[in-house]
Design a protein around this ligand. Structure first.
Ligand code: ZN
Length: 171
């Protein structure tokens, strides 16, 4: 099974809104399997299709209870506030304390086409929000406070012009 290379900040595919999946066929099943392999290899707790260059609304995650796939996800309700240190495989080696809703209600479909409805609290809720952002072309940089963001952009710009081992590690 193939492992995808993960697209990083600066790649325009990360800025696109991904398209709905109309039919769950063998290609989508295979995509899901390869995304799960890629997520484990990274390693990460979640991965959205645009991060592997595919503009489709599908993400995979594993917060310790085995791999899951969600197709055409939607957050229909969110509650509370929770501050958590968040990073992104597409913005490697950087993380920030970010406040987002603590709990979200996610709906979507599984690989068999069944409707799913999951209450995600704390880490799970954070993963859902993070992956859904990817499907909407939003990077976590846009969730930062103004000052945090300025500093992040400085680091990323410096990285783009250097050939340090750190920046090539995730290429
Ligand atoms: Zn991410």
């Amino acid at each position: 099974m193939a492992i995808f290379s993960i697209r990083v900040f600066g790649d325009p595919v990360l800025r696109q809104r991904a398209a709905e999946i109309e039919e769950i066929d063998a290609k989508i099943v295979r995509l899901s399997e390869e995304m799960i392999e890629t997520m484990y290899a990274a390693p990460g707790v979640g991965l959205a299709a645009p991060q592997v260059g595919i503009e489709r609304r599908i993400f995979v995650y594993d917060v310790g209870e085995g791999p899951m796939t969600v197709i055409n996800p939607e957050i229909v309700e969110s509650r509370g506030e929770w501050e958590y240190e968040e990073g992104c495989l597409s913005v490697p080696d950087l993380h920030w304390l970010i406040v987002r809703p603590k709990e979200v209600h996610l709906v979507g479909h599984d690989l068999q086409g069944n409707e799913i409805s999951i209450e995600g609290d704390e880490l799970l809720g954070r993963v859902f929000q993070h992956e859904l952002d990817h499907l909407d072309g939003i990077l976590l940089l846009e969730r930062l406070e103004k000052d945090q963001r300025k500093q992040a952009m400085r680091v990323l710009r410096a990285r783009a012009f250097s050939n340090s081992p750190e920046s090539s590690l995730h290429a």
